[in-house]
Ligand binder design. Structure first.
Ligand code: PLP
Length: 379
């Protein structure tokens, strides 16, 4: 029972989590145990172990057609650390970073921590939650350092196609001072049936100013192991490693050993995960579409649905409270229906809320029923 459940004395259906509900595959867990028993328990090099660096080089080549040398790879404490290090290493006070939103909550905050200015560019639901080349062109100034893009996206599940990436690259081609940060952490959780496109591979001319970030958290259900990595130009990677070397040093030696097994090992555990996610996605989309006024885009990846709830705003709850914002709506869902969701404002796109379907079918079925009932009680 969660703390919120204990306080309220009722069951809470949590649809707010950002991690797989599956366990780390057995062979990867075994590799972690073996690393401890072998004594792989000491400091490693700051950029990561040689073994994991080589496994990452193989992964980029195999999955993405990207070729890297060892000095072009960095391994961090989750991809979150890599994103943070990259911004710390490159952003000076007042520099601008274009953030395509809805975006993961940490992006704007990390930019601010580096004393940069996040330039928020909204991808609306009618545009499939993606930004257009015209929007990007308008957002770029002489102060722009980066465009940060996450595909498949948390929270929308939107996936940029190769053609869409190429169109953005045309704009970036006119602004050679702008670099591209590609957050590919949800690469493997994809329902398009097509190969996953990433900028450095789709537009090879962009590779010299592209940081391609990935990790084992989502694909291998390894969120707690804290292993993320990136490939990019050697000079940028050197800067990232400088930040890392004076802060966290490196991620756990044991986790790095397990990640080698994850990246090099069999992937046959994955299709059943993806099938389960797809089934749950369809369950959530169907249920949300049954609520009058709620607009839903069918996500192409990740494990989130991001319904537009603007039609519900301005209505009153049974207790007479006006639901003015997406935050009010999520509070109402929590307090009246016992369902935890995340308001769109947290992702810089108000008027929406995020449902995570990394939960069992039974949990989702109960959650959807409660949300439908709660919405039908709004007047
Ligand atoms: N990027 C996005 C878009 C995420 O949603 C998350 C986690 O939720 C991360 C990065 C960080 O993942 P990790 O640090 O576990 O690799």
């Amino acid at each position: 029972m969660s703390a919120a459940e204990a306080r309220s004395g009722r069951s809470i259906v949590s649809l707010a989590q950002g991690e797989p509900d599956f366990d780390t595959p057995v062979h990867v867990r075994d590799a972690g145990k073996a690393a401890i028993d072998r004594g792989t328990t000491r400091y490693t090099d700051v950029p990561g172990t040689r073994e994991l660096t080589q496994a990452i080089i193989r992964k980029f080549q195999r999955d993405n057609g990207l070729t890297f040398e060892a000095n072009q790879i960095t391994i961090g404490v989750g991809s979150k650390q890599v994103l943070y290090n990259a911004l710390q290493a490159t952003v000076d006070a007042g520099d601008e970073v274009v953030v395509a939103v809805p975006a993961w909550v940490s992006y704007p905050e990390m930019v601010r921590l580096a004393e940069g200015v996040p330039i928020i560019v909204p991808g609306k639901i009618d545009a499939g939650f993606k930004i257009t080349p015209e929007q990007l062109e308008r957002a770029i100034t002489p102060k722009t350092k980066w465009l940060m893009l996450n595909s498949p996206s948390n929270p929308s599940g939107a996936v940029y196609s190769a053609e869409e990436l190429k169109a953005l690259a045309v704009v970036l081609g006119r602004h050679p001072h702008v670099w591209f940060m590609s957050d590919d952490i949800y690469e493997k959780i994809l329902y398009t049936g097509k190969p996953f496109p990433t900028m450095a591979a789709v537009v090879p001319e962009m590779a010299s100013r592209c940081l391609t970030i990935n990790g084992v958290s989502k694909a291998f259900a390894m969120t707690g192991w804290r292993v993320g990595y990136a490939g990019g130009p050697a000079e940028l990677i050197r800067g990232i490693n400088l930040v890392q070397g004076q802060s966290v040093s490196h991620t756990s030696s044991i986790s790095q050993a397990a990640a080698v097994t994850a990246l090099d090992g069999p992937m046959d555990f994955l299709p059943p995960f993806i099938e389960a996610y797809r089934r749950r996605r369809d369950l959530v989309v169907k249920a949300m579409r049954e609520i009058p006024g709620v607009k839903v885009m069918v996500p192409d990846g990740a494990f989130y649905v991001f319904p537009n709830c603007e039609a519900l705003l301005g209505r009153k709850s049974p207790s007479g409270k006006t639901i003015a914002t997406d935050l009010d709506l999520c509070m109402y869902f929590l307090e009246d229906a016992g369902v935890a969701t995340v308001p769109g404002a947290a992702f810089e796109l108000p008027g929406h809320f995020r449902i995570s379907y990394a939960a069992s079918d039974a949990t989702l079925t109960e959650g959807m029923k409660r949300l439908q009932d709660a919405c039908s009680r709004l007047a």
